[in-house]
Design a protein around this ligand. Structure first.
Ligand SMILES: *Cc1c(COP(=O)(O)O)cnc(C)c1O
Length: 226
């Protein structure tokens, strides 16, 4: 594939995803601007990311702090107005690095991490938006806080002034995601939170119809991760 084909490809994929997002929003009588597209660029290098930036995409997601630290400082030097979201599990000892690099953190899921992030934010005077990740399908292998632990975690987060904007989830694979999205939306409402990070390549339209404010889309924009 030539570099030009690659650029055309990225622009076409981005336009298709944006059109599908707008259609889903319209069906739900929501304004298209109510939903932020996070382009999940994990495992993809700068040469795959640049065509999307050139096509107008500004918000990107990464799941590992170290990988993001290696890729994004250079890309940000070329484009000052990019926003970077952390969507993967975060170890407390990487809280400082995460607060320094990211504009939003979607994987807050336990008290020790709340404390580490609050310390890092106080130290750096920088407060990225936070989402509490909920283990919505109660799956042993998945990250996220258990449903029953959420109220206490939110109390803890508010006590240390963590800017919690909303909730995030990854529903169980291979089953209909809509009931899980609806449950996350209800829990967010019950807790006075307005942002909902839910929906990936296979189900972002469903998520938007159920109220997603942030969709995290990788494969549909970049192709497979090999
Ligand atoms: C990789 C990843 C995505 C994007 O998944 P695709 O199916 O490639 O769109 C979204 N959210 C999280 C948490 C991820 O790890």
């Amino acid at each position: 594939m030539t570099i030009h084909e690659r650029a055309d490809d990225a622009a076409v994929r981005l336009a298709a995803v944006r059109a599908a997002m707008a259609k889903a929003a319209a069906l739900a009588r929501r304004p298209a601007e109510a939903v932020t597209l996070i382009a999940v660029s994990k495992t993809h290098g700068a040469e795959a990311i640049r065509p999307l930036i050139d096509a107008g995409q500004r918000v990107f997601g990464e799941n590992r702090v170290q990988e993001a630290e290696a890729k994004w400082p250079a890309l940000r030097e070329e484009n000052a107005d990019l926003a970077l979201h952390l969507i993967g599990q975060l170890q407390s000892n990487k809280a400082d690095a995460a607060v320094a690099l990211f504009d939003a953190i979607h994987s807050v899921d336990r008290n020790s991490l709340v404390a580490a992030l609050a310390r890092a934010m106080d130290k750096q005077g920088r407060r990225p938006d936070c989402f509490v990740q909920v283990n919505i399908g109660a799956e042993d292998q998945k990250g996220g806080c258990a449903l029953g632990d959420l109220p206490a975690l939110l109390v803890e987060a508010r006590a240390v002034d963590l800017p919690v904007r909303g909730l995030m989830c990854v529903p169980p694979a291979d089953v209909e995601p809509a009931p899980y999205f609806a449950l996350l939306a209800k829990i967010a409402r019950d807790n006075g939170l307005s942002a909902l990070s839910m929906g990936m390549s296979g189900d972002y339209e469903t998520a938007i119809m159920i109220g997603a404010t942030h969709v995290r889309v990788g494969t549909a924009l970049f192709g497979g991760r090999g």
